[in-house]
Design a protein around this ligand. Structure first.
Ligand code: E4P
Length: 221
């Protein structure tokens, strides 16, 4: 499973990238607004920090406008993935970009029917938003299962990867992995939560206390 981080905060990305565990980044207009930075500048910095795919979302709503914006975004770096919304216009833009060999992330996916269309349009990634579905009382993870089943029916002919988005807690990551989604994009805070377990902390404290009693050192022997 690939791990993307869902943020436009360059400092956060740098810190997480240092772990060597990061495969890519997703941004969206709200995350860019939160960063308070110029989009193109921040995108260039992110692309330089992370060799993997970096999703950059268009703001136009018509396919022609999306394609013009995509052209600008693609000039920023080779690892830019163009992110388009799951609308007819977004699908048109996706079809055209994917025919030209451009990687496209079709975002704001909330149904299996939409995911079928994204794949049909040649998307490299489809982003179903599990947290936002949970928020309205629907089962976000059930959608991931449905899309997995559908895409598996066409294995070998479909190259669209399921990118689980709107992740709200570590169990979303675990469930996505159990279902076999190729990618999760995770806010930095949740990525850090993944490592936590109270028994790990307790066990480590006990090991360190016992080690101290031995009076030994390892390095420098
Ligand atoms: C995905 O690419 C989106 O940026 C993101 O996961 C949206 O999540 P949210 O529902 O927390 O805003």
């Amino acid at each position: 499973m690939k791990f993307f981080v869902d943020t436009a905060d360059v400092d956060e990305i740098r810190e997480i990238a240092d772990s060597g565990l990061l495969d890519g980044v997703t941004t969206n207009p709200s995350l860019v607004a939160k960063s308070g930075r110029d989009f193109i500048e921040v995108l260039a910095e992110i692309c330089a920090l992370v060799p993997g795919p970096v999703s950059a979302e268009v703001a136009a709503t018509e396919a022609d406008g999306m394609l013009a914006e995509a052209e600008r975004l693609l000039k920023v770096a080779d690892n830019v993935i163009v992110k388009v919304p799951l609308t007819w216009e977004g699908l048109k833009a996706c079809r055209s970009l994917s025919r030209d060999g451009v990687g496209v992330n079709v975002t704001l996916c909330f149904s299996a029917a939409q995911a079928i269309l994204a794949a049909k349009a040649g998307a490299a990634y489809v982003s179903p938003f599990v947290g936002r579905l949970d928020d309205i009382g629907q089962d976000g993870m059930a959608l991931i299962g449905e899309i997995r089943q559908i895409y598996d029916n066409y294995a070998g002919t479909l190259n669209t990867e399921i990118l689980v988005a709107s992740v709200r807690h570590p169990m979303h990551v675990v469930e996505a992995a159990k279902i076999g989604a190729e990618v999760v994009t995770v806010p930095p805070k949740i990525l850090r939560q993944l490592v936590n377990h109270p028994l790990t902390d307790k066990g480590l404290a006990a090991f360190l206390a016992d080690w101290e009693k031995t009076g030994q050192t390892i390095a420098g022997k």
